[in-house]
Every structure is written in structure tokens, then in C-alpha cells.
Design a protein around this ligand. Structure first.
Ligand SMILES: [Zn+2]
Length: 94
């Protein structure tokens, strides 16, 4: 008896069609929201997911922010929660 196991990092896009004003360049834009997670699969069936992280990228200038996990979880469930500047951590700080 042997097991086929794998651990992968996956990425899932969440949709958000709310227009927002970009904090980086001031243009009207939309966020691309996505979540990354680590998944353990056994015989190619995902059995465990952990390490979920949520990110937001702006379509205009491609800045990437880490999104508050609480907000990310709600968006992943389809709750239309607004994304406010305090929910974002700028990852492109020079
Ligand atoms: Zn921008």
C-alpha cells in the first residue's frame, strides 16, 4: 500500500466589481482580489487547506496590498463588504 500525497500552494481569484479610487495613483480603478492557500492532497483529492492569505491588486498601477483576513473571508463567502484603506497593508513600500 502506498500513498500519493502532495502539498501545493494554490491561488483563487475573488471577484470585486466595486469601483474604487486608487490610493497609489488617484485613478478610478477596480481591485483584483485573490486568495492563496496551501493544500494537502491525498490521491489528488484536497483534504486539508490552511495558510489562507488574501491580497488585493489594483488594475491601474498594479500595486499589491495584503488584505485584512477577516474581510477576505467575508468576500470569499460572497458578502459584499466594502474594502477600506485600513483593511489594506501596502506591500510595495520602497
Ligand atoms: Zn493606481
Amino acid at each position: 500500500m502506498f500513498f500519493i500525497m502532495g502539498i501545493n500552494t494554490r491561488r483563487k481569484e475573488l471577484t470585486c466589481e466595486e469601483p474604487v479610487v486608487c490610493a497609489g495613483c488617484g485613478q478610478y480603478t477596480r481591485y483584483v482580489i485573490y486568495m492563496t492557500y496551501t493544500v494537502l492532497s491525498l490521491f489528488f483529492i484536497p483534504v486539508l487547506k490552511w495558510n489562507r492569505k488574501y491580497y488585493v491588486t489594483t488594475r491601474c498601477c498594479k500595486r499589491t496590498y495584503a488584505l485584512d483576513p477577516e474581510i477576505g473571508r467575508k468576500l470569499a463567502h460572497g458578502d459584499p463588504v466594502p474594502i477600506l484603506p485600513q483593511h489594506l497593508t501596502d506591500l510595495d513600500v520602497y
